[in-house]
Design a protein around this ligand. Sequence first.
Ligand code: NAP
Length: 286
Amino acid sequence: MAAQIIDGKAIAARVREEVAREVAQLTERTGYKPGLATVLVGEDPASAVYVAGKQRACGEVGMTPFDVRLPGDASFEDVARALTELNQDPAVSGVLLQLPLPAHLDGQALTAIIDPAKDVDGLTAINAGKLCLGEEGLRPCTPAGVMELLASVDAQLQGAEAVVVGRSNLFGKPMAQLLLAANATVTVCHSRTRDLASVCARAEVLICAVGRPRLITREFIKPAAIVIDVGMNRLAEGLVGDVDFQAANEIASAVTPVPGGVGPMTIAFLLRNTLQAARWQGKDYQ
Ligand code: NAP
């Protein structure tokens, strides 16, 4: 039987509708409109497209978008100043520094300047630490979106073998923490993992975020596994993931397509985080 195709577009649309409804209620009750600031340094076309998508989505759910742009030769101090101003601006609930930055800028050091209460990407040491400690905090958007996709197919995570391929700070590490918090038995793989195929073939939940087209082939997939493909690889034929979709469709019980799987969840959870940040900043009772 073919796998269930997890429709990330539809699930993200539902999350966005929920956020829009909650924003409208908050604004009606308090007069406050949550605001999301994006900071884009330089002219990287892919980053510009992502930022435009975030700005548009923000307006669609009734939040105020703040679009801060700095030239590609901006100094560390220039970017630090822009972030500090946004930290201090009460109209701004969330601040997102679009990565990657031009090579002369240290993305981690600049991310550290963002007020953890406004860190809607969940990438500061404070929010990463809170996630590790199991404390309430802003969670990275893509892994949070994957948890929603898993819930949509009623994935039984308790005690399940979950394998995450990729250990980036942006995705792999927080994904592993979220699965651990849901009581899965988690293995994290990376470029030095020996015999990746046999480790992956143990997984009841297999999540791949590497950035290598069709790395995950037939022999990596356990029958009836849930397969989540986070990879985004632009090839001449179009956007493809890290998973051989055809193989997953035949072997797995559920699989995300690329595009239309994980991708749409990231912006949806960015909006959810911005609303959450506004609430934690006390904006829903002022
Ligand atoms: P990244 O920082 O480049 O990390 C890639 C990870 O893959 C690293 O941990 C690396 O291992 C590991 N890796 C590389 N080659 C490998 C191999 N042959 N076998 C096993 N592991 C290998 O990338 P990222 O930011 O996490 O993103 C990964 C992919 O997900 C990209 O395609 C990106 O576009 C996509 N992504 C999509 C979304 C979305 O919204 N849909 C969001 C985030 C990322 P080492 O640590 O040992 O180098």
